[in-house]
Design a protein around this ligand. Structure first.
Ligand code: CTP
Ligand code: MG
Length: 229
């Protein structure tokens, strides 16, 4: 029951706005990307990791992986313009029966959450980590007027990893590529096949580094973890 991981790390981090792409920014003594990779390197159920990056960063990422002595990284490959294309490229190199897709810029995912997700995906074929939304969410039209307020009790903020039987995710990506359909997460592609995707409760600390204020949060979460350890 082999498990592989795809780490899309080919984004430019436009919303972060830093000169250096956010996956290479330092958190304490190492780049965010390495923090993320170490979580999976040290998870006992993970057997292979494919990292997807921009063409001009292949050498740099390979160097980071070698220097850190990460043994499970089997391939560093080139991504595409959209996240979806990057994941699709990574899938070409994955040999495991099960796949976890995880953003390079979510360094705080825990082993416990990954294990919970793996238990559910093995039973059902498709599972994602998510947390209940804390804020009330409104749907707003382009003129800035509230259209509707969905029931908060049914709203979940979706995270990664997202886990699938590898064949299923391949089929979903191939269908989407044929239709030139672009989506914001892998789950959506699988949902479009009519497959049920299970939600597994994640942790609020599994943040995605997206805007500059997330860097302050990341420092705080990192220190909190370190004090606990
Ligand atoms: N990603 C990728 N290939 C792309 C775009 C994004 O591999 N063409 C990756 C990012 O590197 C990141 C993850 O997908 O690890 C989540 O995407 P996001 O937070 O949107 O990162 P960016 O696209 O880099 O940021 P922005 O949208 O602000 O430009
Ligand atoms: Mg993006």
């Amino acid at each position: 029951m082999s498990v592989g991981v795809i780490i899309p790390a080919a984004g430019q981090g436009k919303r972060m706005g830093t000169k250096e792409s956010k996956q290479f920014l330092f958190l304490d003594d190492q780049p965010v990307l390495l923090h993320t990779l170490r979580v999976f390197e040290t998870h006992p159920e993970v057997g292979e990791i494919v990292v997807v990056t921009r063409e001009n960063e292949i050498g740099r990422v390979t160097g980071l992986v070698e220097k850190a002595g990460l043994k499970k990284v089997t391939k560093v490959t080139v991504g595409g313009r959209e996240r979806q294309e990057s994941v699709y490229q990574g899938l070409k190199w994955l040999t495991a029966e099960w796949v976890l897709v995880h953003d390079a810029v979510r360094p705080f995912v825990s082993h416990e959450a990954i294990s919970r997700l793996l238990t559910v995906v093995r039973m059902h074929g498709a599972a994602i980590l998510a947390v209940p939304v804390k804020d009330t969410v409104k749907q707003v039209d382009s003129a800035g007027i509230v259209e509707m307020t969905p029931d908060r009790n049914r709203l979940w903020a979706v995270q990664t990893p997202q886990a699938f039987r590898t064949d299923l995710l391949r089929e979903a990506h191939e269908q989407a590529a044929g239709q030139e359909r672009t989506v914001t997460d892998d789950s959506m592609l699988v949902e479009l096949l009519g497959i049920d995707v299970r939600v597994v409760e994640g942790e609020y600390t599994n943040i995605k580094l997206t805007t500059p204020d997330d860097l302050i949060l990341a420092e705080a979460i990192y220190q909190m973890r370190r004090n606990k350890a």
